[in-house]
Unconditional design. Structure first.
Lengths: 403, 650
């Protein structure tokens, strides 16, 4: 685990493993991790991974497009928004894959419902009580850890709700009662909740105090960001910094979740500059810092990003965009076969648009997540994780090295 | 340590879960009513309600206008912005748009010396910001409110400036108030801002002591005027929830604000929420829903938040560039008044669906209420022209026919004939009276007052009243409060408190005295529920599961301990006063008295045993050989009780 400390010795800021051509045989006992990032508010995928080879894109977005010469070209057709320059080394080293025209097939354009569906993993079905990331742990190789599933923030998101223990942490370095770890007061509270007949409070209490004790022993505060891991200011960067501390302290984190808001650009979205550029800079720099901070631990880590739906292909009357349909997902990490845009591109001609206005969907988000859950977390019960979705392994996009 | 792993879940011991014989147990009925209609019982409240009679008390709460609330008014008296119009707020606490207008010579500096100083300091801040922007090539954006100075960089700068200031003016607090104000006015803007930014806690009272409310506000505003407006609103929210005698009105104001959520962090909404809550939400909180709906639709806060003020009909005059009457007249008119049209035109012209969608999804029909994407677009066309006159300078609602989309619209299968502003009112009327709206609103109300998953028979009954009484909210509440479902065993203690409910109920039950509510507002942020701070239009969830997680539970325990230990800034609490005047000397009895005060005695055997076991801890028992009758640590015991599972429910 501590090998990460060696990662940035030398001239380049790249972690050592990024420079490696191929991996050796992966030790079997290592913890595999899946980190899920939610861009809440419907990120504008068409201005994030820009189809600069599409004339229609420029015709439909006269004032908010990303000019061809500004986009960071990926493959001659797509380019990254220039505010995401920090992703380039990851792309060049094939640690970053992109899936375009992906998302939830449900037609809703309600933020709330669409987020709910992407977190429950059952688009169109409201009654699902648990989140898919929680279910993903149920049949995954077990880890005896109170911190198997962690969300950074003051509340536990829907995606992690469910029967497997999951912990929400506002601040990794201040997680306990009365500013301390276990002590008499903490033990009293622990006993009260352990003995409570109130099931909800009983269960959460138990998970909480196990995590408190575990964290106390692991002392994540001693892990500082590695040199070269420059987290930008803001909640998202801070969340990822703390998540890196947790992972480095080897407490058995298998799945983790963080979110970043500020994507709902109905008015003055901006192009290469402006609102979307600002939030993309925060988004990409935070993830890149996290990547560099984990160093060799990224060999066993996959990060997947998603957003509830995309935005209208055309800009609206206020130089913004309204709620749309398909979007773009990033998949990054050592196990990823990166440097490629996956998924079929549906095109932006009028007849190719979904309901005549939005990017059509060609890859179900569960296909992407299913591959990560199956091949990376080693949970083969995809029917349980994504009930009602035919997620055969033969249909995977094969964006992971071992798939 | 092995407790969590091995302790079996105790069964059936909780005193509250089985019996709730409505007719026989008046005390429990009173407690139940208080826990639902208020932010939690205060000491002696159950007895007071019993003395009045539960049903009569409920009826009193349904008529807040007849309840004297002068004690609260006194607490709010020093918050002048609460009584100001938006225009006055903007003049006294100028936002960037006003400062820029002054800089460009379009508006004079105010003559009042204090107000003038506020303007000068803001101009200084803007210049400094410009400078920094040039240095760092920082791009900010007006529209989302990202233009507010980055708190981090401001913090660094403040620390530096504060040091600067400290070297000079430590003598200030010793001067009489008038002299102090004079000295402050004589400073350079840069120094004044540094001084004002150092006002925190005890330091601020040293400097502001003896000044009039107006002077205090102005001096605080020297550093950051909009913070004065926002903080007064946040403080008032906490003070009202805690001290208002019109508790049901405050609960309903909270409910409707959340239903028609507006985020305080979005640009001009910082200045608009004071009026929004006071003039739009509270007066209609128990009135007719249609009135409330219209008031929100025409409120600057909502028009700005959901972007409708910018929505322009694609075939409207503005979109087509058609001048009104003569070109010259048009130019003159829009230069003077209608900045909105000019700006909207500058941004090109087209529909914005944001409001149209949320109006149906969140405000009226509910997401399954039977509308389509086509309806969303049609409603957006209907509401084109519902705009604002100079929102950043405090202007109000304006229907601008030149932005309005001409032609028929079809909404939910109904043809809306061209009628300008009336089209919108017609749609609001239709939505307010739609059966889906009745069901959706009544479900939401029952979720707030009865249980997370309310019985559908109750919702039906309430929806029937809603339809019969023309959407009268008070009548719907009455139906609910007199339903058997409201009084059922299943609903007793069925609701988990939200962070706001938890924090305020803890302050109320300990009879704490709030001298500065801002630290409490910060605690709510840490508990995941910043006041007015929900960015998406959905508002906060009323479901318990949202609020039960590790982070939140620890946060609650820590809040409880800090509150009862007297360790929270801005709150004075004396837990010993929770005991009777002649307190028992036996430690076990002390625990019993505290449980009576804080939980109305509704505590499980398990929790009680654990707290009693704590008495063996010397930190709690406080036994000393030289003082054998010393009381146990009342604060710590109270903290344990407020952090217990029992106190998390209402």
């Amino acid at each position: 685990v501590k090998s990460s400390a060696l990662a940035v010795v030398g001239t380049a800021a790249l972690p050592a493993f990024l420079k490696r051509a191929a991996f050796g045989a992966a030790p079997t006992a290592r913890t595999k991790r899946l980190v899920v990032i939610f861009q809440r508010g419907a990120a504008d995928g068409l201005n994030i991974v820009v189809p600069h080879g599409e004339e229609a894109y420029y015709a439909m977005r006269p004032s908010i497009n990303i000019p061809r010469n500004s986009a960071l070209d990926l493959d001659g057709f797509f380019g990254l928004h220039p505010a995401m320059a920090s992703f380039q080394p990851l792309w060049n080293q094939r640690h970053l894959a992109i899936v375009h025209a992906a998302g939830s097939p449900d037609p809703t354009r309600s933020h709330f419902d669409a987020q709910d569906y992407m977190e429950s993993g059952t688009p169109g079905v409201k009654a699902t009580e648990e989140g898919w990331l929680n279910r993903a742990l149920r049949s995954a190789p077990p880890r005896n850890s109170a911190l198997r599933a962690v969300a950074l923030g003051p509340s536990l998101p829907r995606i992690l709700a469910g029967s497997e223990p999951a912990v929400a942490m506002n601040n990794v370095n201040d997680f306990g009662v009365d500013g301390h770890g276990p002590g008499p007061i903490s033990n009293s509270f622990e006993a009260m909740y352990a003995n409570s007949v109130d099931t909800v409070l009983h269960n959460t209490g138990r998970e909480t105090f196990e995590a408190v004790k575990m964290l106390k022993a692991a002392d994540p505060a001693k892990y500082r960001p590695l040199p070269g891991a420059d987290y930008p200011k803001g909640r998202f960067g801070d969340s990822l910094k703390q998540l890196a501390q947790l992972i480095k302290s080897d407490v058995g984190v298998q799945v983790a979740f963080a979110d970043i808001g500020g994507w709902d650009h109905h008015v003055n979205e901006g192009g290469t500059q402006g609102q979307i550029a600002n939030v993309l800079r925060e988004f990409s720099q935070s993830l890149t810092a996290f990547y560099f901070d984990l160093g060799d631990l990224m060999e066993d880590t996959i990060i997947v990003t998603m957003s509830e739906f995309g935005r209208t292909a055309r800009e609206n009357g206020n130089r913004g965009t309204d709620h749309g349909h398909a979007n773009v997902m990033f998949v990054m990490g050592g196990p990823v076969k990166g440097g490629k845009v996956y998924g079929r591109w549906p095109g932006l001609a009028q007849s190719q648009l979904y309901e005549g206005r939005d990017l059509a969907l060609t890859t179900d988000f569960r296909r992407v997540l299913g591959e990560a859950v199956y091949c990376h977390l080693g949970n083969y019960s995809l029917d349980e994780v994504f009930p009602g979705f035919n997620n055969r392994s033969t249909e995977f996009l094969r964006l992971l090295r071992n798939s | 340590m092995a407790l969590t792993a091995s302790a079996p879940i105790a069964t059936g011991k909780k005193t509250t879960s089985q019996e709730f014989p409505a007719q026989h147990d008046e005390q429990r009925r009173a407690l139940h009513a208080i826990s639902r209609l208020t932010f939690g019982p205060r000491p002696g409240e159950v007895q007071r309600v019993l003395a009045t009679g539960v049903d009569k008390w409920i009826d009193q709460q349904l008529h807040p206008e007849k309840i004297n609330d002068s004690a609260l008014d006194a607490r709010l008296a020093s918050f002048r912005t609460l009584r100001m119009s938006t225009r006055e707020i903007v003049e006294n606490f100028p936002p960037e748009a006003v400062i820029k207008a002054v800089e460009e010579g379009k508006q004079p500096l105010p003559s009042d010396p204090l107000r003038r100083a506020v303007y000068q300091d803001e101009m200084d801040r803007l210049q400094e910001q410009e400078q920094r922007k040039q240095d760092a090539n920082l791009s900010t954006n007006e529209e989302t409110g990202n233009s507010v100075k980055s708190s981090d960089s401001a913090g660094v700068e403040r620390r530096e400036e504060t040091r600067d200031y400290d070297s000079g003016a430590e003598q200030l607090p010793k001067l009489p108030p008038e002299q102090r104000v004079k000295e402050i006015l004589a400073m350079s803007p840069r120094r004044r801002r540094a001084l004002a930014s150092s006002f925190k806690g005890a330091r601020s009272s040293d400097f502001l002591d003896g000044m009039t409310a107006q002077q205090r506000e102005a001096v605080r505003a020297l550093d950051n005027p909009q913070k004065v407006v926002v903080n007064e609103l946040l403080e008032s929210k906490i003070l009202r929830s805690t001290y208002s005698e019109r508790q049901l009105q405050e609960v309903m104001t909270d409910f409707w604000f959340n239903h028609f959520n507006v985020f305080i962090g979005k640009g001009a909404d910082r200045y608009l929420l004071t009026s929004y809550e006071r003039d739009v939400i509270r007066p209609h909180a128990m009135g007719k829903f249609e009135d409330l709906l219209i008031a929100t639709a025409q409120s600057p806060a909502m028009l700005f938040y959901l972007d409708n003020w910018l929505s322009v009909g694609p075939n409207s005059d503005v979109a087509n560039g058609v001048p009104k009457n003569s070109e010259r007249q048009w130019r003159r008119r829009y230069r003077r008044h209608s900045v909105s049209v000019k700006q909207a035109k500058g941004r090109r012209s087209g529909l914005n669906e944001n409001y149209g969608r949320e109006l149906m999804e969140l405000h009226t029909l509910g997401v399954n209420g039977g509308y389509t994407q086509k309806d969303v677009t049609e409603v957006a066309r209907v509401f084109t022209g519902w705009t604002l006159k100079e929102p950043r300078q405090g202007g109000g609602f304006l229907f601008d026919p030149r932005m309005h989309e001409p032609g028929d619209k079809i909404v939910l299968g109904h043809r809306i004939k061209p009628g300008g502003e009336k089209e919108g009112l017609e749609v609001l009327h239709m939505l307010a009276h739609h059966p889906s709206t009745a069901r959706f609103l009544c479900t939401q109300l029952a979720m707030r007052f009865v249980s997370d998953d309310p019985p559908s028979a109750l919702v039906d009954q309430m929806a029937k009243t809603y339809q019969k009484k023309d959407g009268d909210i008070r009548d719907v509440l009455k139906t609910m409060f007199h339903s058997s479902e409201f009084w059922s065993t299943a609903s007793y203690h069925a609701k988990l408190k939200t962070p706001l409910e938890f924090v305020v109920s803890a302050i109320r039950v300990t009879n704490a005295d709030i001298t500065d509510a801002m630290p409490i507002a910060h605690h709510l942020q840490n508990l995941g529920m910043p006041l007015y701070g929900m960015q998406p239009p959905t508002g906060y969830s009323m479901k318990g599961e949202t609020w039960v997680n590790s982070s939140a539970l620890l946060g609650r325990m820590n809040f409880a301990l800090a509150l009862t230990a007297g360790g929270l800034k801005g709150i004075r609490v004396d837990c010993e006063r929770l005991l009777p005047a002649d307190p028992p000397t036996d430690a076990h009895q002390v625990v019993g008295e505290l449980e009576e005060s804080l939980l109305a005695g509704e505590v499980s055997k398990q929790t009680e045993e654990i707290i009693v076991a704590e008495l063996d801890d010397p930190k709690i028992s406080q036994h000393r050989l030289d003082d054998p009758v010393r009381l146990p640590n009342i604060g710590l015991l109270s903290g344990l009780i407020l952090g217990s599972p029992e106190f998390q429910r209402r």
